[in-house]
Design a protein around this ligand. Structure first.
Ligand code: ADP
Ligand code: ASP
Ligand code: MG
Length: 415
């Protein structure tokens, strides 16, 4: 079986969905499991709904209406006839949402978040599945929440591999086109969970692992993995081949083209990952597999924006030693701060972190009891893999350098 993943950018409008159909006609769709994300920026739009809900904002209704209108417009362009079943299916998803928001007594933000944002993927797959059937491309809509089981860490759930493996082996039909949702799972009480923002690539890898798939292809708006994000760097070069190890490093440091959790399950079974263009589906793109580290061998640039550089120093000039550092890391872990650079000296310690869940204020209060805490917010972390003497210049020109760190293969610069 092959697993294909189409992200938000590929299904952002009716044209995009028609294009997905064309891609399948060109590359084949027998024995394929399609993992699809929410359309365009729907997940962000649902985040606004949740915020309005908790703030008891007057904008709550209009924020739901915006999402409804966006999906309805796509429906009208895809289906000529408003009496098609899909219109009822989509309106039911919205009436269930309104029912949930009206009746739920839950005060746990992360729990409510997952119950609500997950509808983005439920909507997109419902629409795509109906549309393909309408065009005569028979497929089965699969509810991923009945297959991928997780713990109840809402917004960042951890997969229960044993249960997931069992469900997938038993329930996924082979020799058939299956359509399912990226990003979602469910906990022991069957409440919806999510695997972390941008997690649909990871969903594709979970299925591939459990199905012993032949390959995974993630279809993107870029020709493949480039040596830099073309949004921020000119003249980015396509990498034809990269090893699992190189891909993990690039993704970990923030190359958002592949979600970092995607590589481990694939590497374990040596399932190749292809990153290809949904605009030119017959081009080879990038292959991530066992083999050459990087072909062509070139320097790779990664930027993570909106990071936080936290610096701690002791209040009494005492050393910051192992025991303090382990305490600091326990707190960073507890507050779910992802650390991407560490630097220390005798009496100071700095980390560059991604405060994805907005926990810094609380963490800072705790740290301030023991350390002098200073910080720079909104910094950018540049990572250059396989750097050469000119690479640093590319990122430091006209910028204040706060930290620079160099190892054999990797240079990191915080500006
Ligand atoms: P999806 O629609 O699957 O969610 P994303 O938008 O998350 O797709 O990923 C594709 C985007 O990743 C590209 O448009 C590009 O701007 C960005 N990107 C970041 N780093 C790289 C890289 N090294 N190579 C290619 N694209 C990259
Ligand atoms: N829709 C989710 C998000 O935007 C998951 C994904 O797109 O991969 O984060
Ligand atoms: Mg994405």
């Amino acid at each position: 079986m092959k697993v294909f993943k189409f992200g938000g950018a590929s299904v952002k409008d009716a044209e995009g969905i028609k294009n997905v159909y064309d891609v399948l006609q060109k590359v084949g769709h027998e024995d394929v499991l399609l993992v699809i994300s929410a359309m365009g920026k729907t997940t962000n739009a649902f985040e606004v709904v949740i915020k309005n809900y908790f703030d008891k904002s007057a904008e709550l209704q209009s924020s739901i209406q915006d999402i409804k209108k966006y999906h309805n417009q796509i429906l009208l362009e895809l289906f000529e006839d408003e009496s098609h079943d899909v219109f009822t299916a989509v309106s039911k998803i919205f009436s269930d949402l309104e029912g949930f928001l009206k009746n739920s007594k839950a005060s746990n933000y992360n729990f409510v978040y997952d119950q609500v944002v997950s509808l983005g993927e439920v909507l997109s797959t419902t629409i795509v599945s109906h549309y393909f059937n309408f065009l005569g491309l028979k497929n089965t809509w699969v509810d991923v929440r009945e297959l991928i089981k997780t713990d109840n860490t809402y917004r960042d759930a951890v997969v229960n591999w044993e249960a997931t493996q069992k469900n997938i082996s038993k329930n996924v039909k082979k020799k058939h086109l299956n359509i399912t949702q990226g990003f979602l799972g469910s906990d022991d009480n069957n409440f919806t969970t999510t695997l972390g923002r941008e997690g649909s690539d990871y969903t594709a890898a979970i299925f591939a692992y459990c199905l012993n798939a032949e390959s995974v292809t993630i279809w993107k708006d870029v020709p493949g993995v480039l040596n830099a994000d073309p949004r921020y760097f000119e003249n980015a070069v396509l990498l034809n081949q990269i090893s699992y190890r190189e891909a993990i490093e690039l993704a970990f440091y923030g190359a958002t083209v592949i979600h970092p959790k995607t590589l481990q399950p694939l590497q374990r079974k040596e399932i190749p990952l292809f990153v290809k263009s949904f605009i030119n589906p017959l081009l080879p793109g990038t292959s991530v597999s066992k083999g050459a580290d990087l072909e062509p061998h070139t320097n790779c640039f990664i930027v993570k924006k909106n990071q936080l550089l936290i610096s701690l120093s002791s209040l009494d000039f005492s050393f910051i030693m192992e025991e303090n550092i382990s305490e600091i890391f326990a707190l960073l872990h507890k507050y779910r701060m992802k650390v991407s650079l560490i630097q220390n000296s005798a009496i100071s310690f700095s980390v560059c972190v991604d405060d994805k869940f907005g926990n810094f204020a609380e963490l800072k209060t705790l740290l301030s009891k023991k350390f002098k805490v200073t910080y720079n917010d909104n910094v950018s972390l540049y990572t250059i893999r396989h750097f050469n003497e000119n690479s640093a210049e590319t990122v430091t020109k006209n910028r204040d350098v706060l930290v620079r760190q160099v190892s054999r293969e990797t240079m990191q610069i915080v500006t």
